[in-house]
Design a protein around this ligand. Structure first.
Ligand SMILES: [Zn+2]
Length: 572
């Protein structure tokens, strides 16, 4: 039976089917060929031929696994589908690419995480796999942060993952803050443990009994230790890869000083490191400020946080620094003899950067085509795609190899797979966020040049092969710079100064961060949350914006004298 015959026999059904495919809909193939008795294999072939003809398709690409649509982290692992005839043709490339718009944030973000090969789900609800690209980025963040910590004399160490219950309970505010999220180990094999062991949500309570033993005199201070480890916080809010997962990776710095002044001096040293990592590597601008009493770290005297603005209009907290005063020192008996042999409680700080910054970076920079990575943090900064034809394959490949070795410092990928079309590869590397693509074919070869495409702008230009070594670093630098500028603009455009509750409410409705005068009462902060449908004080700028008349600065909730101008927004 010929294609024309099929078309004639089932013409009505067929036109329905073609229309539906064009709309991207899945159609049951059984309904299409009613009354046409063909063998299964034959049918499949006819369908494919018909598809090609009718939809004027390019040759079929080799089958790639089509990932199941997922929006929740607690679903079962992804299943690779077998060839589904209704999904070939145009749906095929669509399924490999991102099918959601950036303003459908949750779906868009989840698709990028899965399709750009950054994360995967596991059978543990709320916990993800950090796939090699994501982990390589985290490695780089660790490396750069750690280098800077070491310059400050901070040393790495490792404390146990498990914390006996009695230790966890020593600092009351601290335990109150964490107890709803603690995961417990209660049994070993079949034996019930005498005392429950907490899986660390943070390590103060396991570290400080040791600090109490080790610190005897002012000569033992300062003590500056750090751990790169994982923690578990069993949150019940909806998990999102990297942004909110029950297990995450971080640094936890725990330092001890003889005086409050010395301890507080560390605040800027640490926050400057985090700021540098976020801005210069991740191209992420932030809002640094002090947390309100309500929002500060459980057990801290005060918390300094970095807040970021996400493309869905929500703020999210990133790295932070806590000055703990003498609270933990008193709870865990961390005392030393000063120069006059007088016993004193020590002063402490803690600070952290977590794998959440990966998620923030992925979300802020990426677009409809997929991931965009700032070059300084991208594991591969370049991909070389040779355009291969049978007659000149050898020469093009040879040139591509030469280009690869001349640009080795940028860790280039050379994609020599012949079963994929160049266009397919372009899409794939755009999805994966490789900052620069170099295309080389025989035409370029004749001109001794290549085509360069920027992932961030999509801009293409021709460059002489002899200029590549000089030009590539400039382009990468420009991508890095323009990603930061773009993110700064997004942040700036979404900050708005307001003076009343009504203005605050409308700013929040418009998905902005409001700068509003507020008093420091707990009641006003609670009311704010209620009256703004869940917005909260993100932090309080340390350098307060100067109001025209300070005395007329009234709290937007109680209308009494305000204590500060606070940043208010909805937050993760
Ligand atoms: Zn008030």
């Amino acid at each position: 039976m010929t294609y024309t015959e099929i078309k004639e026999k089932g013409s009505k059904k067929y036109s329905y089917r073609v229309k539906s495919i064009r709309k991207g809909k899945k159609v049951d193939k059984q309904r299409i060929y009613l009354g046409v008795n063909l063998k299964k294999q034959e049918l499949k072939q006819k369908e494919q031929d018909a598809d090609k003809k009718l939809l004027n398709l390019k040759p079929k690409e080799p089958e790639k696994p089509i990932t199941a649509k997922k929006t929740e982290m607690n679903r079962s692992p992804i299943v690779k589908s077998s060839i589904d005839i209704t999904k070939i043709s145009e749906n095929k490339e669509k399924n490999i690419g991102i099918t959601a718009e950036k303003d459908e944030f949750s779906e868009w973000f989840t698709q990028i995480m899965l399709k750009a090969d950054l994360a995967d789900y596991t059978d543990v609800s709320g916990c993800i796999v950090f796939k090699p690209t994501a982990y390589a980025i985290w490695d780089k963040i660790k490396e750069e942060t750690d280098k800077r910590f070491k310059k400050l004399g901070i040393k790495n160490c490792y404390f146990p993952l498990l914390i006996p219950e009695k230790l966890l309970n020593k600092e009351k505010e601290h335990v109150k803050g964490f107890s709803p999220e603690v995961a417990w180990v209660t049994e070993a094999g079949d034996t019930k443990l005498n005392e429950r062991l907490a899986v660390r949500p943070t390590s103060e309570t396991i570290m400080y009994p040791s600090y109490s033993k080790w610190i005897r005199s002012y000569k033992d201070l300062p003590l500056k230790l750090n751990q790169w480890n994982n923690v578990v916080r069993w949150e019940f809010k909806h998990p999102v890869p990297f942004l909110r997962t029950r297990e995450f990776l971080w640094n936890e710095g725990h330092t001890v000083y003889a005086t409050k002044e010395e301890a507080e001096k560390e605040k800027d040293e640490i926050m400057n490191i985090y700021k540098e990592i976020c801005e210069e590597y991740l191209a992420l601008p932030s809002l640094v400020g002090r947390k309100s009493e309500k929002e500060k770290f459980a057990g801290a005297e005060y918390t300094i946080s970095m807040e970021f603005y996400m493309p869905n209009g929500k703020a999210i907290q990133g790295p932070d620094f806590h000055h703990d005063g003498q609270k933990f020192a008193k709870a865990y008996n961390i005392k030393f003899l000063d120069e006059n042999s007088k016993e004193q409680y020590a002063w402490q700080n803690t600070f952290a950067i977590t794998t959440r910054v990966l998620g923030i970076m992925f979300a802020v920079h990426s677009d409809k085509k997929g991931l965009i990575l700032p070059p300084k943090i991208a594991p591969n900064q370049i991909v070389i795609v040779p355009i291969l034809f049978e007659n000149d394959k050898k020469e093009v490949l040879k040139q591509a190899e030469e280009i690869k070795s001349s640009l080795v410092q940028f860790n280039p990928i050379l994609d020599t797979r012949e079963e994929y079309r160049p266009g397919f590869k372009f899409n794939e590397y755009e999805l994966k966020g490789i900052p620069i693509r170099i295309e080389i074919g025989s035409r370029d070869l004749a001109k001794k040049s290549v085509i360069i495409a920027r992932r961030d702008t999509g801009e293409k230009k021709e460059i002489k092969i002899s200029d590549l070594e000089a030009e590539i670093p400039k382009i990468l630098e420009d991508i890095q710079k323009s990603l930061l500028e773009k993110a700064k603009k997004l942040l700036k455009d979404n900050l708005i100064e307001v003076n009343s509750l009504e203005q605050t409410q409308s700013a929040i409705k418009d998905k902005k961060i409001a700068l509003a005068p507020l008093c420091s009462s707990r009641q006003c902060e609670d009311d704010l949350k209620f009256k703004t449908d869940g917005a909260k004080v993100l932090n309080i700028p340390e350098h307060q914006p100067q109001p025209k008349n300070k005395n007329s600065m009234k709290c937007i909730i109680c209308n009494k004298q305000a204590d500060y101008i606070a940043r208010i927004g909805k937050s993760y």
